[in-house]
Every structure is written in structure tokens, then in C-alpha cells.
Design a protein around this ligand. Structure first.
Ligand code: SAH
Length: 395
């Protein structure tokens, strides 16, 4: 096996079981490994540290498969990683109230570069690295074996692939093609999911627990569901007895699905409004009109794409949080999120607190929120915690 040797004192993160080795830590590559090939990682003094997948294009030169130098990365190893991840989701199986959840969550499940999400009878996969791409056939066979389904569909149409020198691609990997819309059930609510063209693999599964969480604050409320996508939080709120919900999103397709999802749940469509527009502008208009709500959900897309854009992103988060807080009636509840991995929990806390100061409101944190439990984070891989939120009450 090809080996890569690290610079002196650059083995600390591998020794801390962090799965990424950046190009700057590598002093020597013996041989010319193919994209995604398994390489042995060795410290400057020659100590073997484990095995990882090599990527010549990415700044993340190696993603670790195993920190045990004695372990061979072969078909059986990769299949076992899939079996392990799928088996750990047993808690979701046999739960008739939810049939859509993440089966494999990349690094946290020991399979860097692989996302596999279950939507009813289908699995939708995303391969974001050459390491995962190299084992695609083995991974697909293992998914079929350990989670029998009608079909496996690929949604590797993500920009991240470019960093790995991989083209974007999507299509059927095994079995039957998925229907135009897959109907899923999540905590008793029904949603239609467009796994071919929807965001991510089709649905924001990472918000499942938080959609459930807000239900107990929704009864009788007027709800603002900002960045609604296909209805998620708002439909959960109406199912829990909300008096009205106002969905706001830029995407006409997402709102069309939000509308049909509302009907699907026999929620009263007349109590729901669907506003296509920019949340920054729509919330300002609501403020100027003197509108107010009992429950405001702010679930924006990733504002920070790079370290350089973090300041600008912070201003964006502060702006919408300030507007959202101003729209809350006294005693109203705010569920506010950031899914930018670069925005640390501490920084997000500061941004929301700054908004509260500017809004001149007393705000209590009811609880902190994060990605759902089928999206675990590696304990030694803090980058895995990307979705952070607060459930707050504003007086
Ligand atoms: N809360 C949703 C997921 C939201 S994803 C759920 O539970 O499913 C973020 C959404 O924000 C996307 O649907 C995207 O179309 C929308 N979006 C992005 N920028 C926006 C903007 N400036 N104004 C309104 N919507 C925006």
C-alpha cells in the first residue's frame, strides 16, 4: 500500500482521531496513489497511524477510514461500515410515524464522503469525495443488503465534487427509479419529496426533531415560517393546532410543494398563506405593516460558505433575527437556526443576543437545538455539528 508521511508535529490531529489530513501536513507521498486509493498514514518518525482515502485534488488530502494500522480497507471493511451505520438506525425502524431518515452520515459513521438517506421505499445517496466514489459499487450492494429497498438513487449533483476533481452526476444506481414525488411520513405529518430536484437529497431530514419540538408551542398560534422550503415547520405547527401559518420562501417550486403538502395533511389551506419573496424584504414589510406572530421560525440556508464570508453572514443572521424578534408578540416563541458549519455555536449565540439587544427585548433560551439524532457528529470531529439553533421566548 502507498504510504504518506506527515511533517514532524503534524500527527496530533490524527492521534486525536480527527479524520481529515490537510495537504500542508503531508511531507511525502511514496508512489502515485489513484484518486480515492487507500493509503497508509505514517508519522514523521515512521509510526503507522492508520489508513485513509487519498485525494490529490482536494486540500483535504486524506480522509481516514481507520485509525488502526492493522485494519485492511477492503470490500468487507466498507460493507461493515454500512452495516454498522444502518444497524445504528434501528431505533427509527418499526416507528410507523417516521419513514424518512439518514442511514449513513459521512464522517460520523466512518464513511467520509457518503450520505445515504431513506425516503420510504427508496434510498438517496450523495458521494462527495473520491474516497467514497471509489467504493460506490460496494456501498450500493451493502445498502441493498442491509436495508432492502425498491431503488437507490444518486444525487451527486453537488459543487463539493469539483474540489475532488469529480463531475456532478445523478440517476438510478440500483432497482427501480423513484416516482416524481415520494410521499414520506415524519412524526405523523405527510410530505411529498422531490428526490430528483429537491434541495440536498430532497428534504431537510436534519430538522425532524426540531419540527417536532416546536409543535408544543404552536397550539392556537399565528406562525411565521420563514425560509419554509416545502412547508416543514409550518405544516407541523398547523398539525399541532396553529391558528394560521405564513410560509415565506424564494422558491416557487418549494412553495408549490408546501401548498400540496398542506392539503395532504388535511390542514385548512385557507389558514395557510404562501408568500414567494425574499425573507429580508418580506419581514421588513411585515414590520412596517405592524404585523405580529406568536411563533416565528427562521431556518435560512447556509449564509457562510467560507471563512472570508463569515462577517457578512453574521450580519445576515443578525438582520433576520432582529426582524424576526420584532415581529414576535410579547411571550412569543422564536425558533432560530444556522446550518453554516463555519458559524460556531458561540458566534451564533452572540449574533442572536446582539439582535435581542438591538430589539430591546428580554429573551430567554428555552432550549438549544441541533441536527436530528440520525445525523450524529463524530466526538472528535466538531465540524460534524453544523446545525445549531435556539428555541427562545421573547417578552
Ligand atoms: N425549514 C425548511 C428548510 C429551509 S431550507 C424545512 O424544514 O424543510 C432554506 C430555504 O430558504 C430554501 O427553501 C430556500 O429556497 C430558501 N431561501 C434562501 N434564501 C432565501 C431568501 N433570501 N428569502 C427567502 N427564502 C430563501
Amino acid at each position: 500500500m502507498t504510504s504518506i508521511t506527515l511533517h514532524p508535529n503534524r500527527d496530533f490531529s490524527v492521534l486525536r482521531r480527527h479524520p481529515w489530513i490537510f495537504s500542508g501536513a503531508v511531507s511525502r507521498v511514496d508512489g502515485v496513489p489513484e484518486p480515492g486509493e487507500s493509503v497508509q498514514v505514517v508519522s514523521a518518525d515512521g509510526t503507522p497511524l492508520g489508513t485513509g482515502a487519498f485525494s490529490s485534488e482536494s486540500q483535504i488530502r486524506v480522509r481516514m477510514w481507520s485509525f488502526d494500522p492493522a485494519v485492511a480497507v477492503d470490500d468487507a471493511f466498507v460493507s461493515d461500515r454500512i452495516a454498522r451505520a444502518v444497524g445504528a438506525r434501528a431505533a427509527f425502524l418499526g416507528d410507523g410515524a417516521t419513514n424518512a431518515f439518514r442511514l449513513v452520515n459521512a464522517e460520523a459513521d466512518g464513511v467520509p464522503g457518503l450520505i445515504a438517506d431513506r425516503y420510504g421505499d427508496w434510498i438517496v445517496c450523495q458521494f462527495t469525495t473520491v474516497g467514497a466514489e471509489r467504493w460506490k459499487d460496494v456501498i450500493v450492494a451493502a445498502l441493498q443488503r442491509y436495508f432492502p429497498c425498491r431503488g437507490i438513487y444518486e444525487r451527486s449533483d453537488v459543487e463539493a465534487r469539483a474540489h475532488e476533481g469529480l463531475p456532478q452526476t445523478s440517476g438510478v444506481l440500483a432497482g427501480e427509479p423513484p416516482p416524481e414525488r415520494i410521499e414520506i411520513v415524519e412524526n405523523g405529518c405527510r410530505y411529498q419529496v422531490d428526490v430528483r430536484a429537491g434541495h440536498k437529497t430532497g428534504f431537510y431530514l436534519d430538522q425532524r426533531d426540531n419540527r417536532e419540538r416546536i409543535k408544543r408551542y404552536a397550539n392556537g398560534c399565528d406562525v411565521l415560517n420563514a425560509f419554509s422550503y416545502t412547508g416543514g415547520f409550518g405544516i407541523a405547527a398547523v398539525a399541532a393546532g396553529a391558528a394560521s401559518v405564513t410560509h415565506v420562501d424564494l422558491s416557487a417550486e418549494a412553495l408549490a410543494l408546501a401548498r400540496s403538502n398542506t392539503a395532504l395533511n388535511t390542514c385548512h389551506v385557507e389558514e395557510s398563506s404562501f408568500i414567494q419573496g425574499n425573507v429580508f424584504e418580506v419581514l421588513r414589510t411585515f414590520r412596517d405593516q405592524g404585523r405580529s406572530f406568536d411563533l416565528v421560525v427562521l431556518d435560512p440556508p447556509k449564509f457562510a460558505e467560507s471563512k472570508g464570508s463569515l462577517m457578512k453572514a453574521s450580519r445576515g443572521y443578525k438582520d433576520i433575527n432582529l426582524l424576526g424578534i420584532k415581529l414576535l408578540r410579547p411571550g412569543g416563541v422564536l425558533a432560530t437556526f444556522s446550518c453554516s458549519g463555519l458559524m460556531t455555536p458561540e458566534l451564533f449565540h452572540k449574533v442572536v443576543a446582539d439582535a435581542a439587544v438591538d430589539a430591546k427585548r428580554d429573551i430567554q433560551v428555552i432550549t438549544r437545538l441541533q441536527q436530528a439524532e440520525d445525523h450524529p457528529e463524530g466526538l472528535c470531529f466538531p465540524e460534524g455539528l453544523y446545525l445549531k439553533g435556539f428555541l427562545c421566548r421573547a417578552w
